[in-house]
Design a protein around this ligand. Structure first.
Ligand code: UDP
Ligand code: MG
Length: 311
């Protein structure tokens, strides 16, 4: 019998977990020919999440859990899940039912019948999300797709079902700064996209503040594109050329017409502009440098405190 592992990153999901578990358990009835394994990752929750997971693991032998020593972020949780999953196929699913488990049978059928390596989901609407957030999200996808060779699909969720072969290739990417949307696309393989309407979270609150998302976006850009570095170099050259022409004009003007050099205010403006751009470019470089710095430390992506086997 084939086995599907469902990986569920949980960070303070005590309110949503009962709904999720109830729903995901129904999959067994709809897909009697496959075996299921549920790998819950407790990403350093401060609420009752871990206790709930312990309880589930005790009564259901298909439930496994990995509990982190602190909050390492969803990327780390997904990586841990992929490492611990033993199934022939692995699905990533949020605990808040925003990734409808009901889609899984279709996803499985697509992989089995049409020989896809991966079936991803993308939401075509962003209902229930603050409009500003949707706007920035759209801009982000436009920008990153221009900058990076790796394709990022707008609205793509992390919810996807993958074959063992694809999972092993993702696990072979051991980078510390993980941006999974890019990694999934980087490893290649044939992906089929299923579209669905956005579903709002069943209980609890989103863990992503606008600021967190912004940082995540920068992570995505630095991880999959070096275009900002080229951009800063191009700006440098451009300013050099402009300055050179301006100097020539001033020298010629002074020699030919004897004009005194004037315009301190404009000078100050230019100084501000140029030093601003310089700092901006150094900032860009700093981003890459800091990522490199973190990568070379080779720190573990996550640290486990407890699993169901230790109980
Ligand atoms: N999550 C996590 N660690 C974090 C933040 C979130 O494991 O630091 C999990 C969270 O429990 C949920 C999933 O990632 O299962 C998606 O989070 P959320 O629903 O808050 O994000 P949104 O759907 O609003 O983008
Ligand atoms: Mg959610």
């Amino acid at each position: 019998m084939e086995k599907i592992s469902i990986i569920v990153p949980c960070y303070n999901e005590a309110e949503a977990l009962p709904y999720f578990y109830e729903e995901v358990i129904l999959l067994k009835k709809r897909m009697p020919k496959v075996e299921f394994e549920y790998v819950f990752i407790n990403d350093g929750s401060t609420d009752d999440t871990l206790n709930i997971l312990r309880k589930y693991a005790k009564k259901d032998k298909n439930v496994r859990y990995v509990s982190f020593s602190r909050n390492f972020g969803k990327e780390a949780a997904m990586y841990a899940g992929l490492e611990h999953a033993t199934g022939d196929y692995v699905a990533l699913m949020d605990a808040d039912l925003q990734d409808p488990p009901a889609l899984l049978p279709d996803m499985y059928a697509l992989i089995k019948k049409e020989k896809y390596d991966c079936v991803g989901t993308r939401r075509v609407t962003r209902k229930g999300e603050p409009p500003i957030r949707s706007f920035f999200a759209r801009c982000f996808y436009k920008i990153i797709n221009k900058m990076s060779k790796v394709e990022m699909v707008d609205g793509a969720r992390d919810y996807r079902l993958m074959t063992r072969q694809m999972i092993n290739s993702i696990l072979s990417l051991k980078e510390y700064n993980r941006y999974s949307k890019g990694l999934f696309s980087f490893v290649g393989f044939d992906t089929k996209w299923i579209e669905y309407e956005n579903v709002e979270r069943v209980a609890g609150e989103t863990k992503w503040s606008f600021f967190k998302l912004l940082i995540y976006a920068i992570e995505g850009i630095t991880a999959f594109s070096t275009a900002p570095l080229v951009f800063s170099a191009v700006i440098g050259v451009l300013f050099f050329v402009i300055a050179f022409i301006a100097i020539l004009i001033i020298v010629i003007k002074t020699l030919a017409f004897g004009d005194p050099v004037g315009g301190w205010p404009s000078m100050v403006c230019i100084l501000f502009l140029v030093s601003g751009i310089q700092l901006f470019c150094i900032g860009i470089m700093g981003q890459y440098l800091s990522k490199t710095y973190l990568e070379t430390k080779n720190r573990p992506i996550y640290i486990v405190k407890e699993t169901e086997k230790m109980e």
